[in-house]
Structure formats: structure tokens, C-alpha cells
Design a protein around this ligand. Sequence first.
Ligand code: SF4
Ligand code: F3S
Length: 106
Amino acid sequence: AYVVAEPCIKCKYTDCVEVCPVNCFYEGANFLVIHPDECIDCGACEPVCPTKAIFPESELPAQWKEYQALNTDLSGKWPNIAEKKAPLPEAEEYKDKTGKRAELST
Ligand code: SF4
Ligand code: F3S
């Protein structure tokens, strides 16, 4: 499955949602996750994310390994999102920031 990692936090551009053929994205207050059992590994979402937050599980950078479990856990708790919406107001400001893990609202 594909995994959403830290760069999405406080941005949530939702371009990924629009291209996913199986609607397997789930939405929190300031982050999205992918349901690992629903993702069909099509790869459509990876290139459209403006923050480059999405990776195939096998290519998830080591410093973001934790996000694999976060996608699994949070996709079971959060509501599905099937339509693109406006990014968060602070998206441009946070797009290239690192160290956003503590800001993740669960
Ligand atoms: Fe959806 Fe394809 Fe991305 Fe999986 S890889 S989340 S199926 S767009
Ligand atoms: Fe997040 Fe990128 Fe989607 S910022 S909402 S993973 S397009």
C-alpha cells in the first residue's frame, strides 16, 4: 500500500483524493491517511501531492517509518474523504517545513 507521511501535516491539499480510483483516503483535522487494505497500489496519488507526502510502503523514508502504522490506525478511525476541497489556510506556510510530527491532530 501507499502511505501518507509527514509533509501532509498542516497542508492537506487533497489533490490525492481526487485521483484515487478506489477512494481509500481518510481525513483528520490536519492530515490524511490511506487505508492499507483498500489501496490497490496504482500510484496515481504520488505525483499529484504538492508536498510530496505520499510514498509506496517500500520506499517510505526511514525517518517516517512510523507513518505506516499511523495510516493503518487512523484510517480505521477517521471518516472517508472522496472529494477534493480547499487546502488548510496555513498550507503554503507549512508546505516545506520539517519536524511537523508533533502538530499532527489525531
Ligand atoms: Fe489510491 Fe492508488 Fe494512491 Fe492507493 S496508490 S491511495 S489506490 S491513488
Ligand atoms: Fe496531503 Fe498531499 Fe494529499 S498534502 S492531502 S497527501 S495531496
